[in-house]
Design a protein around this ligand. Structure first.
Ligand code: ZN
Length: 191
């Protein structure tokens, strides 16, 4: 396993729509190595998730894992999940305002509208089908990662640009209010 370099905003790979992986390609050694490296790179950077185009590989793979994350301490834990060729189906019209950050957008946060309940369908790293629903903050994390595979970044979805802030200004001016809302979401959805 190895750490991979993370692409930052402005690099065209982040704007590419990632390529769908044919089933035969999932088992390949290079694909499995990419998945291992993505997990290691995400953990090293304290990310809640990472998409393959963030490590310069524009294929439809993302990984998500939240384990007492110091970067997002209010996020509920979610077990390591590898998604290949994922799709998301929105199951509600209800949204919430999520304060997002991104490993590819250093030192910037901003508020993004996300759906509170989505269904995720994908293949796992062995090619077996996955089909599950996620809610609340966790649903926000999945929508963020799937956006990457479509060439979208959270900043594209920030409608109120007055919420854009550095991480230190987030802590000073936005964190208390957002953490209160985040706690209410976790209490409501358990996720
Ligand atoms: Zn991101």
């Amino acid at each position: 396993m190895a750490l991979r370099k993370i692409a930052t905003i402005g690099h065209p790979v982040l704007r590419q729509v990632a390529r769908t992986l044919p089933a035969a390609e999932i088992a390949r050694e290079e694909t499995q190595a990419l998945i291992d490296d993505m997990i290691e790179t995400m953990r090293d950077a304290n990310g809640a998730g990472i998409a393959a185009n963030q490590v310069y590989a524009p294929v439809q793979i993302c990984v998500i894992c939240v384990e007492n994350n110091p970067r997002y301490p209010y996020k509920p834990n979610f077990p390591l999940t590898v998604l290949v060729n994922p799709t998301v189906e929105v199951l509600t019209i209800d949204t919430f305002r999520n304060f997002e950050g991104c490993l590819s957008v250093p030192n910037l946060r901003g508020e993004v509208e996300r759906f509170t309940h989505v269904r995720v369908r994908a293949l796992d790293r062995n090619g077996a089908p996955l089909d599950f629903e996620v809610k609340g903050l966790t649903a926000g994390t999945f929508q963020h990662e799937l956006d990457h595979l479509g060439g979208k970044l959270f900043v594209d979805r920030v409608s109120d640009t007055t919420t854009l802030c550095t991480w230190s200004e987030f802590e000073r001016h936005f964190q208390a209010d957002f953490v209160e809302r985040a706690r209410a979401l976790v209490a409501k959805f358990g996720q």
